[in-house]
Design a protein. Structure first.
Length: 391
């Protein structure tokens, strides 16, 4: 229980207070940027993904800890999401807001819609506010009606939902028309929405997404997920995304657990077992997990979210298989996080990423539109639940 207790302490004593301190009571939501030197920019843009993830985090932390102030923080994020981030004219969620809540980047991205669904589902479960569930279902229908073609989910759109270039979720020198990342977080959002709504259409699309992962995203020869695709699901690059593979290994299992259909559990478990085993064998170096490997060249920088997801993925694999190597791997990653990733400076949280020698990469922000409590906060909540007494 030692690892569990330490992780719970990190959540309660460090992660929660840090994000509580970023609450903006003047303009709503949470401040959007803190630089490496811990300077808070109260007039930085507020990413809608960041606000959704913070709202999800506080709602989920409330469900675990039952502290009323956590529900109040979640309600604060929800109000900003509801009042400012939703486009009342064309529907959907903007990409980002100015500090005062006015629209900054009016791009509509499927990934972003999905995270708002994720947040609204968690907030509904925590608060019982049916308006949040109604908004989540509205966004679900927005994705299904405006963000798809005959082959599945597309990526980026103008404010009016006309397709545009997917530069926001394309990396490594390619421009993808479909991405594993967007599919993964649509599946994650639909999992939580189905859990709280039991809506038959959501179930149907959740099953469709599981089939896509099994039949088009997963590469059985290379034992990995492909990452970037054209419209016909042809892979555009030779890339192992180790972080996404270990994250997927438990998120797909979560989806089948919520779905409760034996045929999908059997189909998906075979894949998630292999993904976790593969990451253990080729990406875990005995203390941490590499981020990715492009064309045979590993990226040696260690990234905060990859380590957090690796702990959950390894514990999930241990709980399924009983193989102690996965538990021990999770412990090793936690020791690495404690030693190197947790920033010991007062008023900070975790470093974004580290050089191979464990030193932080100077200049990388502590908070920005992508740097949030979603991965490390969720890791804490998952481990507290999975390693609770009697489990």
């Amino acid at each position: 229980m030692n690892m569990r207790n330490e992780i719970q302490k990190e959540l309660i004593d460090a992660i929660i207070p840090f994000w509580e301190a970023l609450r903006d009571d003047e303009y709503g939501g949470f401040y959007g940027y803190m630089d490496y030197d811990l300077n808070l920019d109260k007039k930085a843009e507020k990413g809608c993904i960041l606000n959704s993830r913070i709202t999800w985090f506080f709602a989920s932390a409330y469900k675990a800890l039952k502290d009323p102030k956590l529900l109040d923080e979640a309600a604060h994020g929800y109000e900003f999401l509801k009042e400012y981030c939703i486009d009342r004219e064309y529907g959907g969620i903007y990409w980002s807001m100015n500090y005062d809540g006015s629209p900054k980047d009016t791009t509509k991205h499927t990934y972003n819609q999905a995270f708002s669904i994720y947040a609204l589902s968690a907030y509904y479960e925590a608060s019982g506010d049916s308006e949040a569930l109604d908004l989540a279902l509205q966004l679900f229908h927005t994705i299904e009606e405006k963000c798809t073609d005959e082959g599945g989910y597309l990526e980026a759109f103008t404010r009016e939902f006309k397709p545009e270039s997917n530069d926001k979720l394309s990396e490594n020198g390619v421009l993808a028309e479909r991405t594993m990342n967007t599919l993964l977080h649509a599946l994650e959002a639909y999992t939580e929405l189905y859990k709280v709504s039991k809506d038959s259409k959501v179930k149907e699309r959740l099953e469709w997404l599981l089939d896509v992962f099994a039949d088009k995203v997963y590469n059985p020869e290379l034992k990995r997920q492909e990452v970037f695709f054209d419209k016909d699901y042809n892979s555009l690059i030779d890339l192992y995304s180790y972080g996404h593979d270990i994250e997927t290994s438990w998120l797909l299992d979560r989806a089948t657990e919520v779905l409760g259909e034996a045929e999908y559990t059997e189909k998906i478990t075979k894949i998630t077992d292999i993904l976790a085993e593969q990451i253990y064998e080729i990406a875990f170096d005995g203390h941490s997990v590499l981020t990715e490997c492009e064309k045979g060249v590993p990226y040696t920088v260690r990234v905060w979210w990859v380590q957090a997801e690796s702990i959950v993925g390894f514990i999930n694999a241990y709980q399924k298989s009983g193989d102690k190597k996965y538990y021990e791997a999770a412990e090793k990653v936690w020791e690495y996080i404690k030693e190197y990733f947790i920033d010991k400076r007062p008023g900070s949280e975790w470093f974004w990423d580290l050089n191979a020698d464990g030193t932080p990469r100077v200049g990388r922000p502590i908070v920005e539109p992508w740097k949030c409590p979603y991965h490390n906060g969720r890791m804490c909540l998952e481990i507290m639940n999975r390693l609770a007494d009697g489990k």
